[in-house]
Design a binder for this molecule. Structure first.
Ligand SMILES: *Cc1c(COP(=O)(O)O)cnc(C)c1O
Length: 463
């Protein structure tokens, strides 16, 4: 405990939180019985809670704080913008300098064939926008029957109606009778969990070919788009086998449907290039973005639009009846511009590609030798470790999926590292400014956490 513990009375804050605050993606009854963790400040990759504990933020908030916490330049840029023009809309033939500057900037950073941006406030809204854009595009192109969008099981595209529907999280679908009509899901390229007897490359091709089969089944004339994350984030940092994206590209090259690449996590340097599309050579028609765009300092999302889609969406004329009060918010645009400026000045994308990415990967994948770990994988600065009851046997999983993952996650927090549990795997996505020393600490805590979990499972006869 240090001095800050006197400033924030944790118990009182927890009681008020339990009484009045409903948390997202949370069993509120369970949380209220346990008491929430109250984070009071953060700097760089370190969080401080109300009891004065320092915790390494291995998730960059929620995959978004690329430049690290507490950067004064962002606060100053936003302050300056708010003093000048705190808010104005972009609906009625109006615009403002920060959003004009940001749009030009994004067009420069994005793949060459993408030159326009539609703004919103989150990744979920970006995917709701995608849903409406795909359908409107095909209407404009005189093919109104091309309405079905193909997504993937265990993909994540947000939590609104369209986001949940496009995503493939079955537990989310169950609540609210989703997906909405017109969405179809194919299997994910998750070799460790679902690859069976196939080797990764065979499995990657087989999963990609499900897209071809689905298009044939539904009829190419009825399919508007395929949506996917370059690497699945919330689904458990699922890095597709090398054969997957080339086969998807081959299939799409013969088909007249749009490709939507959800860059909400992979965009803005996470994989060592500006976009996941750059890593896999994908020519997206629409790219939803959010998270790293502002490093989470203010909420902002958007959809990058290809020249091909612009032909239907813009050149054919007519109003697109879609938008948000906060589309292109000036303060958020100022935060995004300052964030991108820092990323460029500090060459964070290159740092992930050539320095901290390979450095952390080498140490992280070495955790694969732990008796509890079936696989440790990493790409850019996202990684996962799969916990297994029997090393070397991918088909055996723990009973009551998620129990062991949660035990391990709780040890990690206690040991001073935020990792997130997905099923019985642990995932990380640290800020891109992570230093070598911090990377060493991260892996050291992760190893201690695995040891603690292993001992605990033995004690409880779970292994
Ligand atoms: C987080 C996420 C979203 C949703 O973004 P929100 O800002 O939480 O609405 C959409 N797609 C992907 C790939 C994400 O990781």
């Amino acid at each position: 405990m240090n001095a800050t513990s006197n400033v924030y009375p944790t118990k009182a804050l927890q009681a008020l939180d339990a009484a009045h605050h409903i948390h997202p993606f949370t069993d509120t009854k369970e949380l209220n019985a346990e008491g929430t963790r109250v984070i009071t400040s953060a700097k760089g990759v370190w969080l401080t809670d109300s009891d004065g504990h320092k915790i390494l933020d291995g998730m960059a908030g929620l995959w978004c704080v690329q430049i690290g916490h507490g950067r004064e330049e962002i606060a100053e840029a936003v302050h300056k913008q708010m003093s000048e023009l705190s808010y104005y809309n972009t609906f009625f033939k109006t615009s403002h300098p920060p959003i004009i500057e940001l749009s030009e900037k994004l067009a420069k950073l994005a793949p060459e064939h993408m030159n326009r941006v539609f703004y919103c406030s989150s990744g979920s809204e970006a995917n709701d926008t995608v849903f409406r854009m795909v359908r409107h595009y095909w209407d404009q192109m005189g093919k109104p029957e091309k309405k079905t969008i193909i997504g993937r099981w265990n993909g994540y595209h947000g939590s609104t109606l369209a986001g949940t529907s496009l995503g493939g999280m079955k537990a989310m679908h169950k609540q609210g009778d989703l997906p909405v009509p017109g969405v179809h899901h194919i299997d994910q390229p998750y070799w460790f969990g679902e690859g069976g007897d196939m080797n990764p490359e065979e499995f990657g091709v087989a999963m990609a070919r499900q897209l071809d089969q689905a298009i044939d089944e539904i009829g190419e004339d009825n399919v508007g788009a395929f949506i996917a994350e370059p690497i699945q984030g919330a689904g458990g940092v699922i890095i597709p086998p090398d054969s997957y994206w080339p086969e998807i590209k081959r299939i799409l090259s013969k088909r007249n449907i749009l490709l939507v690449v959800d860059e909400v996590i992979c965009g803005f340097g996470r994989l060592g290039k500006w976009f996941g599309s750059d890593v896999y050579g994908l020519e997206a028609d629409l790219m939803p973005i959010a998270k790293g765009l502002t490093s989470g300092y203010l909420p902002m999302g958007g959809v990058l639009v290809s020249d091909r889609v612009a032909e239907g969406l813009i050149d054919k004329g007519g109003e697109f009846y879609h938008g948000y009060t906060y589309s292109g918010h000036p303060a958020c645009a100022a935060a995004a511009l300052a964030n991108l400026e820092i990323m460029e000045r500090e060459n964070l994308v290159g740092y992930v590609a050539d320095d901290i990415g390979p450095y952390l990967k080498q140490k992280w994948t070495a955790l694969g030798d732990h008796p509890l770990v079936g696989e440790a994988r990493m790409a850019g600065l996202v990684g996962a470790i799969e916990l297994v009851p029997e090393k070397g046997n991918r088909s055996r999983t723990f009973d009551n999926e998620g129990t062991v993952g949660t035990i391990c996650r709780d040890f990690s927090l206690k040991n001073g590292l935020v990792m997130r549990a997905v099923r019985d795997s642990l995932i990380i996505s640290p800020p891109l400014v992570l230093s070598h020393d911090e990377a060493d600490q991260l892996v050291e805590i992760a190893r201690k956490t695995l040891d603690d979990t292993y001992e605990d499972l033995k004690r409880q006869n779970l292994i």
